[in-house]
Design a binder for this molecule. Structure first.
Ligand code: SF4
Length: 748
């Protein structure tokens, strides 16, 4: 995209869409109603702003936003970022429909009776008054604020949004839901093996000669990474896709493996054994840069055979041998370890087996190689918004400091801390909290009723609370289970900054338009609450009562961030996103690891001390408790419960389905598009069935999504809160076995 006059068509992305029944997509997010004449586009007619998609998505796209008459007219991917490369995904292009959706929550509202739907508009002052009085009442009754809980996750990863945590600290010591449902087992696994989670720049995947996409579906979940996979393939690389579902990514691969549930570790170890037998191990790496290799090799010889791996995984032994040999001889070779494959009761052990496979073949620290999982190398901000001091005299939990996914929480310097409970057991944590009981919950950047597990139990848990305050943009299920909802800004209406856990770009998020209706950003809401708290009880909240978000943004930066990205000041980002100055695209390129030994640890004593095997041994997965395994991955058209409710997405994705293999359906007397009941010990879900060979015969697949608008569909009706094996070490709580679930099905 240039700023010169272009012959490209233009129609107002947003205003025009409401009038246009059908629309066609043109490059750069420009839209034109079908059949309409193209109008000349002149970038000079618009104010251009920089935004960054803050969703919990690998790609964290840099966005160029075109504003005219105070309205976002259209958006495009920032061309300056070689990763975003001028394009967004279908979700990103729907942002206009999000900011200007008629369904947005416009004002603070109070519900008279949870799930009653009897909402009434209140002023910000009234909402804050009710909230502040409840907080003061809890403090008076309990002598602390541990009865007040915060559950927040990744609805907005903008750095200033950590002000929500800051707001809680500024009130006192509270109860925090810690951990992450996303990736904790894998984070721990990589910490044991390598000392940290750190992955190669995804842009260097073009250098790979062999790529295994293990439980990753970038064609849906990281569309911008696919160009590197395809370019590597064009240059001659072989692409192997390992997934329980034949995905759009699998369709692009050379080899597709559909292993049995929870057998990934066995498959990786079977490959490792074959590589060992063939003498294809990288002797320099294992001798000079690792510890425990000999013990690992002995474990393989004594406990692992290719036939054993084949029996457990269902993948033919000959194929395991072929892929193992090719992987070990192609240099560099890489494995992209998807987050889905570690959401099992043996997920951490499986990631360790995959790390070992990459390490023993000498592919760690190599450009184009690596065990790619994620990184936080570019997240070195000050988290100023998060680090707030408790009011004088605050009483808290005694016995252990709070710890979160990113471990940014500040030390208070005294004996009190927040009380921490497991984010992956939200319902049970609420029900179990004692002395004091949890009585008030603040929900932000999260939709627990759609994302957290065992929805029936969660409703009971919410019912045990006196007050639930939810900050959101749409009336979703969590809002329905709340007493007060506060309207929050979209990315176009607030200042913040975003980085990725996958690529190495930094993008500014400017306020492109005034906040719609009465929406406020998370830190403005915190300021409003602080003002009311201090009005009612001076000194009861230390959060600033007035906020200039640009000043707060300024405080998030430090010299380390500036040096890493080669900028002098954050305002330089107004010219476009910048990339970290990497000495190499390869993580661990100096082969100096952050483990206790400073080497790659095939054998980790730390891992053993934390209750696991020291070696990356095979760990059995969860025993099946129903006829079919149940998978509930992300949908193409949403991120958890975000986006799918929008009108455009309903065009693409009109209703939810359960996907099932035709032969399994025939055995059950189920036909395509029948209404069925999927059920297990957790609950049930009525939904229409689609028959497809893309899923295995023993599998039922339902995409996680919130459709809104009267759809009674929620995969959490069927998913329990069983823990993954790892996660507590680095994320503060174990992960969750989202894909270690089972269910049965019958015609409704
Ligand atoms: S959802 Fe992901 S791919 Fe889509 S625009 Fe946002 S960051 Fe980019």
């Amino acid at each position: 995209m240039t700023t010169k006059k272009s012959t490209l068509s233009r129609r107002r992305f947003l205003q025009g869409m409401s009038a246009a029944g059908a629309a066609a997509m043109l490059p750069c997010g420009l839209l034109v109603p079908a059949g309409a004449n193209a109008a000349p586009f002149n970038a000079a007619d618009y104010q251009v702003f920089r935004n960054a998609c803050p969703r919990n998505c690998y790609d964290t796209c840099s966005i160029k936003t075109y504003v005219k008459d105070g309205v976002v007219q259209f958006i495009e991917g920032a061309p300056e970022s070689t990763f975003t490369n001028g394009g967004l995904c279908v979700k990103g292009y729907t942002y206009g429909h999000r900011i200007y959706s008629p369904d947005r929550i416009k004002y603070p509202m109070v519900q008279d009776g949870r799930r009653s739907g009897k909402w009434r508009r209140v002023t910000w002052d009234e909402a804050m008054d009710r909230i502040a009085r409840k907080i003061l009442e809890l403090k008076e009754k309990d002598g602390s604020l541990l009865g007040l809980g915060l559950t927040k996750y990744s609805g907005n990863f903008g750095i200033t949004n950590y002000g929500v945590e800051g707001m809680m600290s500024s009130l006192g010591y509270t109860t925090r839901f810690v951990g992450t449902p996303c990736w904790p087992a894998g984070i721990d696994a990589q910490n044991y093996d390598l000392g940290n989670m750190w992955c190669n720049d995804p842009e260097d995947m073009v250098k790979a000669k062999y790529i295994i996409l293990w439980g990753a579906n970038p064609a849906w979940c990281s569309v911008h990474s696919m160009k590197y996979v395809m370019e590597a393939k064009r240059r001659g690389a072989k692409v192997v896709v390992v997934d329980p579902v034949f995905t759009q990514t699998a369709a692009k691969g050379d080899v597709f493996w559909q292993p049995n549930v929870s057998s990934d570790g066995a498959l990786a170890l079977g490959m490792a054994r074959h590589i060992l037998d063939l003498g294809l191990v990288d002797e320099d790496f294992v001798k000079n840069h690792s510890v425990g290799y000999e013990e690992f090799a002995a474990y393989l010889r004594q406990n692992v055979t290719v036939e054993w791996a084949s029996e457990l995984s269902g993948i033919p032994a000959q194929e395991i041998r072929e892929v193992a040999e090719e992987f070990a001889t192609a240099k560099p070779a890489t494995v992209w370890i998807g987050y889905g494959m570690q959401r099992h009761t043996n997920g951490g052990a499986s990631v360790r087996a995959l790390d070992a496979l990459v390490a023993m073949t000498g592919n760690v620290g190599k450009e184009g190689g690596g065990a790619r999982y994620g990184h936080l190398q570019t997240w070195g901000f000050n988290y100023h918004a998060m680090i707030q001091k408790q009011p004088e005299g605050s009483v808290g939990f005694v016995g252990g400091a709070a710890k979160g996914e990113f471990d940014f929480t500040s030390g208070s310097g005294n004996s009190y801390s927040d009380r921490t409970v497991n984010i992956n057991k939200t319902a049970q944590s609420i029900l179990d909290a004692k002395d004091p009981a949890l009585k008030m919950l603040w929900v932000s950047c999260k939709n627990p009723l759609a994302q957290d597990f065992d929805r029936n139990k969660l409703e009971k848990a919410f019912d045990s609370l006196d007050l639930v305050v939810t900050v959101d943009q749409f009336f979703n299920e969590t809002v329905a289970n709340s007493d007060i909802v506060l309207p929050v800004t979209t990315l176009f209406e607030e200042w913040t900054v975003n980085v990725s856990y996958w690529h190495y770009w930094l993008g500014l998020n400017e306020q492109a338009v005034k906040p719609m209706y009465e929406t406020k950003s998370n830190i403005e809401i915190a300021a409003a609450l602080s003002k009311k708290m201090n009005e009612l009880s001076p000194g009861s909240c230390t959060f600033p009562q007035e906020i200039d978000t640009r000043e707060w943004l300024e405080k998030e930066f430090n010299q380390g961030v500036y040096d890493l990205f080669g900028i002098k000041h954050w305002t330089d980002l107004k010219n476009g996103p910048v990339k970290a100055r990497l000495t190499s695209s390869a993580a661990w390129n100096e082969l100096k690891f952050a483990t206790p030994s400073g080497k790659y640890e095939f054998k980790s004593e730390l891992c053993e001390q934390n209750g696991h095997k020291a070696l990356p041994e095979y760990k059995e997965g969860r025993k099946g408790y129903d006829k079919f395994r149940l998978l509930t991955p992300h949908t193409k058209f949403g991120l958890h419960s975000q986006f799918v409710n929008l009108d455009w997405m309903h065009e693409y994705n009109k209703e939810p389905y359960v996907y099932m293999h035709p032969q399994a359906a025939a055995e059950k007397g189920i036909r395509d598009l029948d209404m069925v009941r999927v059920f297990n010990k957790v609950g049930e879900q009525k939904v229409r069935v689609k028959l497809t060979n893309n899923v295995a015969r023993d599998c039922l697949l339902m995409y996680e999504a919130w459709f809104g608008k009267g759809f009674d569909f929620n995969v959490q009706n069927l998913v329990d809160d069983e823990s993954a094996d790892m996660g507590a070490f680095k994320a503060g709580a174990p992960g969750v076995a989202i894909h270690g679930q089972f269910a049965d099905i019958e015609r409704a």
